[in-house]
Ligand binder design. Structure first.
Ligand code: NAD
Length: 260
């Protein structure tokens, strides 16, 4: 038990488990090992079914609540239900992103107005909306973590509109940190290295990126979802109490390399 993190029985909302490959699922396992009480949100019924099976298989007792981050009413009713059941929330993990497939193929310059707005709404504004919804429940202070990617500040073929959404997400983390800090609520982003998940399937150059990282990253390997999960647990717990507004790379060091 990682009790030095002081997460025993803390209520933590996890948004974004689609299946057992989701980064959010590894986050859940790490937080569970640290003794946290988990509250999952899902968008689609099929994710809820998978989630319930995973919880059963892993003998984890947790609440499962519907929340579509594109829909304000859905966010309001999800957090009202969380408040009713748990009163207080100590942490929130935002592991949600989506863009239209056609906007990840071809050139960024061809992104449609609608595709640009959709990627921003789902992948960046959603953090602002859920931070606002959870704030009143974090009366004892709290920690929020979101997932970003290197495409926020570097050009990667096939990441396109999602890179621009991640740039907005990282800037939102800084502005939110400033708003939430006086309430003792911290917020940070983890910039994860490439990990084979459902969302990663949409990135056409994904296999190429994986092999480049293995070849060039200081650790000469890719990272696992478990490593991202453990860093999230670190950011949720007391050991990181002085850290907010940061983007922390869990990428085997790949981001520091210039021309390799
Ligand atoms: P994933 O497909 O397992 O998770 C994405 C989740 O977003 C899914 O659970 C999906 O249901 C959810 N989602 C999408 N639209 C939603 C909506 N409107 N409302 C609620 N939920 C919605 O893939 P993942 O790789 O685990 O992605 C999690 C996060 O990690 C994303 O922000 C992604 O950009 C980020 N990330 C992934 C990688 C990678 O290589 N896999 C690297 C860096 C960052």
């Amino acid at each position: 038990m990682k009790d030095f993190l002081q997460l025993q029985d803390k209520h933590i909302v996890i948004m974004g488990v689609a299946n057992d490959r989701s980064i959010a699922w590894s986050v859940a396992q790490s937080l569970h090992a640290a003794g946290a009480k988990l509250i999952f949100t899902y968008r689609q019924e099929r994710s809820a079914k998978k989630l319930n099976k995973l919880l059963e298989k892993n003998e984890m007792d947790a609440a499962v609540i519907q929340c579509d981050v594109n829909d304000d009413e859905s966010i309001t009713s999800a957090f009202a239900e969380i408040k009713e059941k748990f009163t207080t929330v100590h942490g929130l993990v935002h592991s949600v992103a989506h863009a239209h497939k056609e906007d990840l193929n071809g050139d960024f310059i061809d992104t449609s107005r609608d595709g640009y707005a959709f990627a921003q709404d789902t992948s960046a504004y959603s953090l602002v909306a859920v931070a606002k919804a959870v704030r009143p429940l974090m009366a004892e202070g709290g920690s929020i973590v979101t997932m970003s990617y290197l495409g926020a500040d570097r050009v990667l073929d096939g990441y396109n509109v999602m890179g621009v959404a991640k740039a907005a997400l990282e800037a939102s983390v800084r502005y939110l940190a400033n708003d939430l800090g006086p309430d003792n609520i911290r917020i940070n982003a983890i910039s994860a290295g490439p990990i084979r998940t459902l969302a990663a399937k949409g990135v056409p150059s994904f296999n190429e990126i994986l092999s480049k990282v293995e070849e060039k990253a200081p650790l000469r390997r890719n990272v696992s979802a478990e490593e991202v999960g453990d860093m999230t647990t670190g950011l949720m717990g007391a050991l990181s109490r002085g850290v907010t507004g940061e983007v922390i790379y869990v990428d085997a060091g790949f981001n520091i390399i210039g021309i390799g």
